[in-house]
Write a protein that binds this ligand. Structure first.
Ligand code: FPP
Length: 239
């Protein structure tokens, strides 16, 4: 299946909004949060395929700042699932050369989720095969607001920085500093919106929307999406 892909046309950085888990539960007559668990399996496969293809960066939207508004039971289900993912998968992620980073403020997460996630990041910090960024308690507008505040802080110390502020300077205050912007964004489940995800970074990203619900988004669907990316003509606003 990999042979169907032109390696030279692969994205360097893929971002994914894993949407449709609860609809999947409903359609499959499962407990209403079971789709998240099934979604975690697809996430594991996504990471594996991304690594095997040699794609260097993968950023996934696991929990947004807005997701706190969901019922308490669902929030704790997701927080527990994250602990499970971080604990059970840390060995395999470490051995496969995956470097895990978090985009978002993890201080607001339950202590056990914080600990598990921090350990996972620590354990994989020297790896460099695939950089896996997990957006967790992440909101792009908040990321930008925090960047503005930090830049103002720097300006107060030294107002000569004013002339240095450009797009690159701002980028250095975002979670994604040091990494290239996503080339390709995939959103599953038919919704066609960005939902406060990487608004600064997605300026020239190719967008891909599929009706497939996240728990049904297997390797074949991923390859199909990447083949679609191969066909895109990226112009970055030029002719
Ligand atoms: C959106 O589906 C999905 C989420 C809010 C959570 C994403 C989480 C996973 C894929 C689970 C595994 C992740 C980790 C890191 C453990 P939805 O619930 O909004 O579905 P709906 O649109 O059908 O309601």
């Amino acid at each position: 299946m990999y042979s169907e892909i032109d390696n030279k046309k692969l994205p360097v950085h893929v971002a994914v909004i894993m949407d449709g888990n609860r609809r999947w539960s409903k359609e499959n007559n499962k407990n209403k949060f079971f789709g998240h668990r099934e979604g975690m399996k697809r996430l594991e496969e996504l990471i594996e395929t991304t690594g095997n293809l040699g794609i260097k960066y993968l950023t996934i939207y696991a929990f947004s700042t807005e997701n706190w508004g969901r019922e308490k039971e669902e929030v704790s289900y997701l927080m527990d699932l994250l602990v499970e993912f971080a604990k059970l998968k840390s060995r395999v992620l470490e051995s496969k050369g995956i470097n895990v980073n978090i985009f978002g403020s993890i201080e607001e997460l339950p202590p056990k989720t914080q600990d598990a996630v921090k350990n996972l990041c620590k354990r994989t910090k020297n790896n460099n095969e695939l950089y896996l960024n997990i957006a967790l308690n992440y909101g792009s507008r908040k990321e930008i607001v925090d960047a503005v505040k930090n830049i103002i802080g720097e300006y107060r110390e030294n107002n000569e920085i004013y002339n240095e502020i450009d797009e690159e300077y701002i980028k250095n205050f975002l979670y994604s500093k040091n990494i290239p912007d996503p080339d390709f964004l995939i959103r599953t489940s038919g919704e066609q919106r960005l939902s406060n995800f990487l608004l600064y970074q997605l300026a020239y990203t190719e967008l891909y929307f599929t009706e497939t619900l996240w728990p049904d988004f297997g390797k074949e669907e991923y390859i199909k999406a990447l083949k679609e990316y191969e066909k895109r003509n990226r112009r970055y606003g030029t002719s």
